[in-house]
Design a protein around this ligand. Structure first.
Ligand code: DP6
Length: 334
């Protein structure tokens, strides 16, 4: 099935043509998966093999502002700089807009402000596509349900399906070939004591995109066969840990899930390794600190940066260990 068919299905064949407001605004937070999405059952629709679960970073994300452009092409401004229309970022954005444009003749001025490094494994595409979908919903007054916005965001980037909400979100893999049952669902857990700290080893663009890495893994790693079983165990443990607020169980499972994902990449051919020497050194520091009794864990996505997981009461100890850590607010913390 094609992306355009999914879009047409959501709009019952009638995609609104006229902007209803002068401006369309959309903000979406980035999200960090505690149980990862890794591997697709449908590469066109970004349908995953497994469900996944994330926590949003509410203050780290993308703000998209849309206005109609008087030129017959898009203008894309990313963090106050106009970007070339032949860049990968612009091409992906344009291809996404084409899904809604069909053969209509509107073009947009797209202003995106992201306060996260682009393409450094901090889910910039997730918040980018989710905010773009919210801004389109506003501009054209689609009045779509959030499940549909999540499905549309997924067509841009899989993990964007989880960026429509704050807090914990589960993205259901779904079983339908058209993916109409594959969208995010916010989970009603709050955990104000939970903290995420970002350890940035590098903000450079990653050598291989998560999209390509995921595909190489699915196609070549024998270990990938065990990934769905690992995810199904981890998902149920994480949900149980959320229920009873067991931090060591939650964060330990998240760390193990991330390492298992990286193991599938290391066992791919050609091998994929996002670890930098600094990443490994930081992991050892975390493990040593844990031996000393500090409840500190990490997760890592398709990039060299670590996201530390710890409780608020341990903030000073974590900062002493990693003075460069950037601590992120997750809930309205007291
Ligand atoms: C490691 O959502 O960027 O961050 O669907 O191809 O756009 P595409 O992939 P993307 O992959 C994210 C992978 C991950 C894990 C996760 O966020 O669950």
């Amino acid at each position: 099935m094609k992306k355009s068919e999914v879009v047409s299905h959501i709009f019952h064949g009638h995609i609104p043509k006229t902007a209803k407001h002068e401006k369309g605004l959309g903000y979406a937070p980035t999200n960090i998966a505690l149980c990862k999405y890794w591997g697709k059952r449908d590469t066109e629709l970004n349908l995953p093999h497994t469900s996944s679960l994330s926590i949003a970073l509410p203050d780290k994300g993308s703000m998209t502002t849309l206005t109609l452009n008087d030129k017959s092409s898009e203008t894309i401004i990313l963090n106050d700089k106009e970007i070339a229309l032949d860049s990968v970022f612009a091409q992906r954005t344009k291809a996404f807009l084409d899904l809604f444009r069909a053969n209509q003749k509107w073009y947009l001025k797209i202003n995106i402000n992201m306060n996260i490094p682009v393409a450094a494994g901090l889910a910039s595409s997730a918040s980018g596509f989710a905010s773009l979908v919210c801004a389109l919903n506003d501009l054209f007054d689609w009045k779509l349900h959030k499940n549909d916005l999540s499905i549309l965001a997924r067509l841009g980037s899989g993990s964007a399906a989880r960026s429509l909400w704050t807090g914990f979100v589960e993205w259901h893999a779904g079983v339908r070939p058209d993916g109409m049952d594959s969208f995010g669902e916010p989970l009603a857990f709050e955990w104000p004591e939970l903290c995420v700290g970002i350890l940035t080893m590098s903000s450079d663009e990653k050598p291989i995109s998560s999209r390509e890495a995921m595909q190489t893994t699915v196609n070549s790693s024998l270990l990938y066969n065990s990934w769905p079983r690992k995810v199904s165990q981890d998902l149920s443990i994480i949900k149980q840990a959320l229920q009873v607020k067991n931090f060591a169980l939650l964060a330990g499972t998240a760390e193990s899930n991330a390492l298992a994902m990286h193991a599938t990449m290391l066992s791919s051919w050609p091998p994929i390794c996002y670890f930098l020497p600094e990443t490994i050194a930081a992991m050892h520091k975390v493990w040593d600190a844990r031996k000393q009794g500090l409840q500190l864990y990490f997760t890592e996505d398709a990039g060299p940066n670590l996201k530390l997981l710890f409780l608020k009461e341990d903030t000073a100890r974590v900062q002493a260990l990693f003075p460069e850590v950037e601590i992120i607010r997750l809930f309205d913390q007291v």
